[in-house]
Design a protein around this ligand. Sequence first.
Ligand SMILES: [Zn+2]
Length: 255
Amino acid sequence: MNPTNAGCDLLCICPHTDDAEIALGGTLALLARAGRKVWVCDLTRGELGSNGTPEERWREAAEASAHLGLTGRLQFELPDGFVDVGAPEQVATVAAVIRRLRPRWIATAPMPNRHPDHRAIGALVEKAAFMSRLAAWSPDLPAHRIWDGGALLPDPTDRWQTEAVLHVCLEGEQADVLFDVSSVWDKKLAALKAYATQFEAVGERRPTMINDPAFLEQVERWARARGFRAGVSHAEALRTSAAPLLSDLPQERWT
Ligand SMILES: [Zn+2]
């Protein structure tokens, strides 16, 4: 569990394609641009989505991943709409991913107002992050597909301890960590634009909360509000129960 043995710097685990981009696309692009190894894991294929087939949504996710500069992206086949921390096979899926990718940090994006899977994801990821430490338990990596920006899926380890699980803040929630994403906001918008089936209400598509133009305006407002408080144009906010162990005062400005 030596951090120098990490297979990636940040692993963002979400229920559906587009969740990572909506909540954390700026941070993912920022870290990727800095040379960090950044992976996204979509736990379901989004088969219950109001618009877009799983195949269409996966193609869109691949395009979005390229805009963000991700190292790689995985998609599993957990049942859309039934993400559940009480399902051992779901905990096993997430723990198996953590064992393979060995992330130093994990992020997840609850946003519970939008979908029941978003209410469940935080607890599922927290439990799997803990269970991935236990060498006596060896979950197999289940069926998945992979978008590979050039990196191979690393070999598994028998146990892994991540530094912290970071949860994207809800509106008004106190942030523990802010990322200044002002310089990569265009990359986040390009990634979101890749999800035409989700955000463009044209033709036969069913109206949803997220293909109402007001939704993406709200995403922009959230980032501007976080940024305003920090004195930058756009920021993304996360919370965590962990604390950094410092050996000196940090260089970063605090807000
Ligand atoms: Zn979602």
